[in-house]
Design a binder for this molecule. Structure first.
Ligand code: ZN
Ligand code: ZN
Ligand code: ZN
Length: 373
């Protein structure tokens, strides 16, 4: 079967990447497997021990190399104007091919997915060459999205938003069901509204909601407690990720007041997220509101993460990240407040950045909604 890929799209991606590599003084790139390889070559390689590597020298006019285990060559799309495929057999060491292709380079950037023993093998063969992290040097290959990718993120965000609206409308029964049953229901709905896959689904009830990455259990949801739902799927290659919380009964005053703080914190970060702001200042915009209300010690994670072909990717919205937000970034804004043994709350939207600021990909009610179902 002939596999076709969009040559123009991938050629543009490589040209943009090549320019960025040259801007930091890198004269070669080694990308193994994973999302970065898919981004550059349109090919999902097996993630097992046999290496598939996209190897390129941005200063040269020759097409990049794609080194592939010989037994998988038939799976690779034919795109001779994008890359030259070389199959390597088990009686060869593929690192010899890769080292040959980047011979004489002074600085090589490698993707996070390159295994340590591959990198060590390359360093042994090329003692004069400096190897550096692609994500540290460039803030990730995929972090700045083009219009088409921004569009896809908004579409998939809109799909997850519909399921969140169903949750808030009480269409997803909660009381008397287990977290696992609710997670299965939400997952089915994510597919029903158009996701091709479900990437994750957190349903955390009562005290379990105080654990940010809780895995759904057989705990049965009770009346008058928190239910935190954080879920997402994939559509057209791009991911959604949204968190909404509901309370299964009349909302106690202290919970309502804390939610008010959380909602203000999230809004402050959305307002602050615009081209020119640093990621750490976006994190601080939310964190300051929560700290001022006395909950600083209960917001125990970074504000957000980039999203695209992976649910979590660069850039990370956290203290210490002095990188600057630019038009085309897409990331989550998800402050949380977690009181051990009682409840936790989180409010999450994905935003895409345009010249004028941040646009939310999900718009369903940002309040803590009472659901008595
Ligand atoms: Zn998370
Ligand atoms: Zn999430
Ligand atoms: Zn998230």
């Amino acid at each position: 079967m002939e596999r076709q890929i969009d040559s123009k799209l991938f050629a543009a991606r490589w040209q943009a990447a090549a320019a960025r590599l040259q801007s930091v003084g890198a004269d070669a790139l080694v990308v193994r497997g994973g999302s970065d390889l898919f981004y550059l070559a349109g090919y999902h390689a097996s993630s097992m021990e046999r290496i598939t590597a996209f190897v390129a020298r941005p200063g040269e006019t020759t097409v990049p190399d794609l080194f592939v285990p010989q037994i998988e060559v038939a799976l690779v799309p034919s795109a001779p104007d994008l890359y030259r495929v070389t199959g390597w057999t088990d009686d060869h060491d593929p690192l010899d091919f890769i080292a040959d292709a980047i011979d004489g380079s002074t600085m090589v950037l490698v993707s996070d997915e390159l295994w340590a023993h591959h990198l060590l093998g390359l360093q042994r063969r090329m003692p004069q060459t400096r190897f550096a992290s692609l994500s540290d040097s460039l803030g990730g290959l995929r972090s700045v999205k083009n219009d088409d990718e921004m569009q896809r993120l908004q579409v998939v965000g809109g799909l997850a938003n519909r399921v969140a609206a169903q949750l808030q409308a009480g269409e997803i029964p909660l009381i008397g069901r287990t977290e696992i049953e609710i997670a299965e229901d939400i997952s089915a709905r994510l597919l029903a509204v158009g996701h091709e896959t479900v990437e994750f689904c957190i349903v955390a009830s009562g005290p379990n909601s105080a654990s940010p990455h809780h895995h759904p259990t057989s705990r049965v949801v009770q009346p008058s407690e928190m239910v935190l739902c954080d879920f997402g799927g994939r559509h057209n290659g791009y991911c959604s990720d949204i968190t909404r919380c509901v309370w299964t009964g009349p909302i106690p005053d202290d919970v309502a007041a804390t939610w008010d703080t959380l909602q203000k914190a999230q809004q402050a970060a959305v307002d602050h997220a615009r081209p020119g702001a640093t990621f750490e200042s976006v994190d601080a915009a939310a964190r300051d509101v929560i700290a001022d209300a006395g909950f600083g010690d209960y917001f125990i994670h970074r504000l957000g993460h980039g999203i695209g072909t992976e649910v979590h990717e660069q850039p990370y919205v956290k203290s210490g990240n002095e990188d600057v937000v630019v038009s085309g970034h897409a990331f989550s804004i998800e402050p949380g407040i977690y009181i051990d043994g009682k409840w936790g709350m989180r409010l999450e939207d994905i935003v895409v950045i345009v010249d004028g600021g941040a646009i939310r990909c999900s718009t369903t009610d940002h309040r803590l909604v009472m659901v008595q179902a």
